[in-house]
Unconditional design. Structure first.
Length: 334
């Protein structure tokens, strides 16, 4: 049996366009030439749309879903959030929907952008940023259904992973490798204090449980900026006071640290080992290939949409917090 993806590929359109043509959705303008290509592909592949899918598409025909990313610059260049977004888009496309808009948390701090973005009714929101109190309360009033991706808002559904646990996994791996002098690279995040982040707390508690201490000189707050990370690791290299291993709380920061160590003639992992977090695609191509913790980012996006659709379709359950499993990916940097 043919699939909607095969129809879309043959007609050279998106699966959302195929769904709209088959369900006579007039919300979006579709040219007659495009409609003809889709119908021809349907006929050629003998594609059949299930009646239940037709009903679901009609139920969601006027649904508009937006997305707020947790990045401050180059919003389409962060592979972690782009992978989550790909899961969001894939699941929405399966329902014949598109992402209505993509904004960053920083953009929505600008009042005119906030008002323009939500000037028209929005059904649902995938929120990857905790947001400040006033902006968040504005969103709650404007959008009926909101699902968070690792936000600290307990009154809405959230999906993500256990930050404390994965940090502990990473540090435990370094300890098992024989390291007792372990540094931390990360950012302060929404609270403005790196020591309040769950990843730092996982790092700290795991060292403490192993009878090891934290050297404050080896705790680097790079504010999730690669250039800042490189500069601070450079300074540490020049001081001659390096740990034997770093846990970087994101792969991008881990690769920035690798860049700095390489530039300073520090051998990895012989002199300093490095482990990252998230397992973004490029981490396997770093020099050396990066040991990391795999976070199922695409699946986080998919589950986020699933939760949102449940709410839109009438679920009144108490807010859910869904934590997806992570796993160690050992490569050459440790």
């Amino acid at each position: 049996m043919s699939t909607i993806r095969e129809v879309a590929k043959l007609a050279n359109v998106s699966t959302a366009t195929v769904s709209r043509v088959l369900n006579n959705d007039t919300t979006y303008k579709i040219t007659e030439e495009t409609r003809s290509r889709v119908l021809q592909a349907v006929s050629q592949l003998n594609y059949k749309i299930a009646s239940s899918a037709k009903r679901a598409s009609r139920e969601l025909s006027n649904t508009k879903i937006g997305c707020v990313l947790s990045v401050t610059k180059n919003k389409y260049n962060d592979p972690y959030f782009m992978s989550i977004l790909s899961g969001v888009e894939e699941r929405l496309l399966a329902e014949g929907l598109d992402v209505a808009f993509i904004r960053t948390g920083a953009e929505l701090e600008e009042k005119h952008i906030l008002l323009n973005t939500f000037g028209e009714p929005i059904t649902g929101l995938i929120l990857m940023e905790t947001m400040n109190h006033d902006t968040y309360e504005f969103l709650r009033k404007k959008v009926p259904y909101i699902v968070g991706i690792d936000t600290e808002r307990w009154e809405i559904d959230n999906v993500g992973y256990d930050h404390h646990h994965v940090a502990s996994m990473a540090v435990r791996h370094l300890i098992d490798k024989g390291h007792t002098n372990i540094g931390y690279i990360g950012g302060s995040g929404h609270k403005g204090n790196i020591r309040e982040s769950q990843r730092y707390r996982g790092y700290y508690s795991t060292l403490h449980a192993a009878g090891l201490s934290v050297n404050e000189n080896w705790v680097i707050d790079c504010q999730w900026d690669e250039v800042t990370c490189i500069d601070k690791v450079n300074a540490l290299c020049k001081s001659g006071n390096l740990p034997t291993a770093f846990f970087a709380a994101s792969d991008l920061m881990a690769m920035a640290a690798l860049n700095s160590l390489y530039g300073n003639g520090i051998s990895v992992p012989d002199r300093v080992a490095v482990i990252g977090l998230s397992n973004i695609e490029m981490s396997k191509y770093s020099n050396p290939p990066l040991t990391t913790i795999h976070v199922p980012t695409k699946e986080i996006g998919i589950v986020g949409v699933e939760l949102l659709l449940e709410r839109i379709k009438g679920s009144t359950m108490l807010p859910k917090r869904v934590s997806l499993p992570a796993s160690l990916v050992e490569r050459s940097s440790t």
